[in-house]
Design a protein around this ligand. Sequence first.
Ligand code: NI
Length: 171
Amino acid sequence: MVRKILKYGEPVLEQKAEAVIEFDTPELREVIADMWETMYAAKGVGLAAPQIGIAQRISVIDISVGEDETKKIVVINPEIASAEGKQTGEEGCLSIPGFREPVTRANKVAVRARNHRGEPIEFCAEELLARAFQHEIDHLNGILFINHLSTLKRDIIRRKIKKLQKAGEWD
Ligand code: NI
């Protein structure tokens, strides 16, 4: 089922999500299936559970945007085990539609997580995939890409969003 993607301003987007403790349940499988459907419907490369109002540490990533089945990644309770280098690139977020800004992140990351069965999994990623991991893990900690911008840039975006909210164009 395609769920509503919550937009910036919803408190759940800026809260730390809870670790998943029960794996391999019908509920967990349903949440993950809904996250895929919702992400592809929005043509995103990643989605975190808080973006559909579920405060749990679950993210899905597919930098091929549905073109390559083998690129689909589900991470539960993910942690960045190590990070190195730097990259700067344009970033956006399905919860902050219409805004894109350059964000500097680590160029390479190693990620430890669990799969839907609770088994440990590990990824080594670089460039775009490393960026996606960092963006989606940030979401689980209540951090949005605009938190990585200068105060000035962030305030400009916040002001524009406030106008959109007042105009009823942000819900
Ligand atoms: Ni996002």
